[in-house]
Design a protein around this ligand. Structure first.
Ligand SMILES: [Zn+2]
Length: 228
């Protein structure tokens, strides 16, 4: 763990919790398949895993991700200056190029592919993750359904940590915002795990619904889904 990285996290921690003693940190770069960063608190120690794609990122970007992760851990409001700096960096041309290369090298062979004829579910997930979740959601398996199912357009299967999207969306005449909305909805299920109430499987809590409204083309997307 580099000294500089540790200092960045300690500084960020001081800003968020000035009166709390510094916890012990364990920070490492990790080979995730995509840009992904995790944080957890265990026995008073903070464990951080940063995507190794961020190795060598400017200090300001590392400070931004430190803030985002610690604010998430302590359920504090995220500061816009940090979230926009981080987002700008991971959506920059150079970074995306690097990510693309790494993905090709690390790409695993799978039977069910996230790559459709028109849309690539993994890149849709990654893009939405950056736009709406600060890149904080770990990507589950993304797969197209075998059938052109109309009764189940998409669902998140927590047992297999998989988002399945119906193949009816993998067509040129499906607007991008429609499939983005569908994936976004399933990502919210990932973020807000279902609390089982009786036998209802698909629960959309008030929190879930409020967050769903943040999707800009919500109405247009829903309208399109009704035509399927
Ligand atoms: Zn749902």
């Amino acid at each position: 763990m580099s000294r500089q990285l540790l200092e960045i996290f300690q500084q960020s921690h001081r800003e968020l919790r000035p009166r709390t003693p510094q916890p012990e940190f364990q920070i490492e770069f990790f080979r995730f398949a995509n840009v992904n960063n995790t944080i957890r608190l265990r026995d008073g120690r903070i464990f951080v895993r940063l995507s190794d794609l961020l190795e060598g990122a400017p200090e300001s970007v590392l400070a931004a991700i430190a803030h985002i992760l610690l604010a998430k851990l302590y359920r504090r409001q995220l500061q816009l200056q940090h979230t926009s700096r981080y987002r700008k960096y991971v959506s920059s041309h150079d970074f995306r190029e690097k990510m693309h290369l790494i993905r090709q090298i690390r790409g695993r062979k799978r039977l069910e592919s996230p790559q459709g004829h028109i849309y690539d579910l993994e890149s849709i997930f990654d893009e939405l993750n950056t736009r709406f979740f600060h890149g904080l959601l770990g990507r589950p398996q993304m797969t197209w359904s075998r059938e052109h199912a109309r009764n189940s357009l998409g669902h998140y299967d927590p047992a297999h940590n998989t988002i399945v999207v119906s193949r009816v969306f993998d067509r040129k005449d499906v607007p991008r915002h429609a499939i983005e909305y569908l994936v976004y909805h399933e990502m919210l299920h990932l973020k807000h795990p279902v609390k089982l109430r009786g036998t209802r499987r698909c629960v959309h809590s008030a929190e879930f619904q409020a967050e769903e409204k943040l999707f800009p083309q919500l109405e247009a997307a829903k309208k399109f889904l009704r035509t399927l």
